[in-house]
Design a protein around this ligand. Structure first.
Ligand code: NI
Length: 175
């Protein structure tokens, strides 16, 4: 088990576009396990590899309260979307910030499993929103990009101030 460091906005590495996974093997499954450990430890309901500075198209999600419904997506694609849903979103890379974002309410996903099989499935509500949020990370996009410039600048200043006032924590995450 390993807890990985999570990048925080405005770290420019969060803007990296992730590359497709070419081979699903034991090394990749080890990374996926570490990503689940990191997400559960945070705690959060989703984590993209981009957030732990690994620029491959991998996402882990678990929206269950008991942390017993892990979902891993490798090279995921949204192949259909329908409807609209507005939800309060937060992000482990933008700590303490929650804002409303409008996204599709129903989506259909095509993805590889951790065994390397291609599957398709439908998602709606919170799961659909979470998948769309995490897939955005793989393209270097954050949920605060949907807000106004003014609001995003305020969030940036707030987080920069907080990281300056907590030097010990900043040093720990830098290491
Ligand atoms: Ni996020």
């Amino acid at each position: 088990m390993a807890i990985l460091d999570i990048l925080h906005f405005p770290d420019p590495r969060l803007r990296t576009k992730a590359q497709p996974v070419e081979k699903v093997d034991d090394d990749l499954r080890k990374l996926i396990d570490d990503m689940f450990d990191t997400m559960y430890d945070a705690p959060g309901i989703g984590l993209a590899a981009t957030q732990v500075n690994v620029h491959k198209r991998i996402v882990v999600i678990d929206i269950s309260e008991e942390h017993d419904d892990p979902l891993c997506l490798i090279n995921p694609e949204i192949i259909a979307r329908d409807g609209e849903e507005e939800m309060d979103e937060g992000c482990l890379s933008v700590p303490g910030v929650y804002e409303k974002v409008v996204r599709a309410d129903h989506i259909r996903i095509r993805t590889l499993t951790r065994e390397g099989d291609t599957i398709e499935f439908d998602a709606e509500g919170l799961l659909a929103v979470c998948i769309q949020h995490e897939l955005d990370h793989l393209d270097g996009k954050l949920f605060i990009d949907y807000l106004s410039n003014l609001k995003r600048q305020r969030i940036r200043k707030k987080l920069e101030k907080e990281s300056r006032s907590k030097p010990s924590q900043a040093a720990a995450t830098a290491g």
